[in-house]
Design a protein around this ligand. Sequence first.
Ligand SMILES: Cc1cc2nc3c(=O)[nH]c(=O)nc-3n(C[C@H](O)[C@H](O)[C@H](O)COP(=O)(O)OP(=O)(O)OC[C@H]3O[C@@H](n4cnc5c(N)ncnc54)[C@H](O)[C@@H]3O)c2cc1C
Length: 400
Amino acid sequence: MARELSIGIAGAGIGGLAAAAMLAREGHRVTLFDQFAAAGPVGSGLMLQETGLAVLGAMGLRMQSEALGTPIARLHGISVDTGRAVLDVRYGALRPGLAGLGIQRAVLFDVLQAAAIAAGARLVPATRIVSADAGAGTLTDAEGGLHGSYDLIIDALGVRSPLSSAPKDELTYGALWATLPWPVSSTFDKSALEQRYEVARKMAGVMPSGRAAPGAPDSLTYFWSIRADQYDAFRAAPLIHWKDAAHRLWPETAVLLDQLAHHEQLTFARYRHRTHAVPVKDRLVHIGDAWHAASPQLGQGANMALLDAYGLAQSLKQEADVPAALRLFLKIRAGHVRLYQLMTWAFTPVYQSDGAMIPWLRDRLAAPLLRLWPAPPLLAGLVAGAFGAPLKRMGLKAER
Ligand SMILES: Cc1cc2nc3c(=O)[nH]c(=O)nc-3n(C[C@H](O)[C@H](O)[C@H](O)COP(=O)(O)OP(=O)(O)OC[C@H]3O[C@@H](n4cnc5c(N)ncnc54)[C@H](O)[C@@H]3O)c2cc1C
């Protein structure tokens, strides 16, 4: 095991907080920087897969997270052009009892932040990191403050990390997101993430997303696909214009649209696709979205950040020095990262793009193919994050 290290983590998001909790528990001196005055997450819900849940299990946080989330057994998307299912994934096709977990981002953040602080990590808020010196092991903030020197710097600054030099591919589409109370009466399936598509230009989704606290009312997360270059026009027009279009695509969402009165209730997220070829330099390592950002089509990002954090903590536990630990980290994580970056990149135009050919094929071929063996277990394995056996590579086991 590496000696007691001083570790600077830039970014108190999902990956940074998980890494901080695990490394502080191992006795390392961990300092965590975030730009937020009171560190906090951007709204909306996200979906945890068995990969991310297994990491939370190893951290002793799975039961608590599951009590705050909603199990999702099925992903079900219908093309309104043909009325056919063009996405139908049942986790149980891979293993009985397997499911994803819909959870509010803020809730997961709170669980991880409490674990990091309880383990002794020091959180430094209101500090915007602008650069790092990988050789010296220092971080510089926007006020010119120098932090370190650290034995190890972890870049967990997310998709817009200024420490990451990888090319930033802005994707054409992003989405509007809102977390809303689960309606008293609705047709939505509480055990499924449901979507509706018109070609691949319009897409709306409803995802069960647990509750803010034990015993609090259930919530769902509604999302609407939007071209990034149309966001300003959306903001400039009366909200009713967008609500009319959303209602036409999926009339049953009227009960949700009625709860939206202001543009500000919808958070816009623009997607990027970027992968660092080698996410390690001297004493600096990139994890989570700072290493590999992608559109959330396969719902893997938070899970990948958790896997990275666990893989890094395990590597530092097993190897005597930092360079050897970082080599081991790359060995256990790089293959899975490359595989999912490629698959997410390939799947994105199927559900979010301006093209007509891919959605046309999707609408005609997907419905029959989705039912043919081995498609059901393969698709379940794909969305569960199981391709490339990421848990086995780190000595972790799926609990379900
Ligand atoms: C709308 C949307 C829906 C998603 N849905 C899913 C899903 O269903 N399932 C899933 O697994 N993933 C999903 N993702 C992806 C997932 O949220 C990310 O992959 C995950 O949060 C990455 O974790 P991270 O720790 O790398 O970065 P983040 O969680 O983004 O954390 C980065 C942190 O760094 C801080 N920061 C940024 N810049 C600076 C700076 N210069 N100085 C100081 N602090 C800074 C931020 O404040 C933040 O706290 C979704 C993403 C989006 C945008």
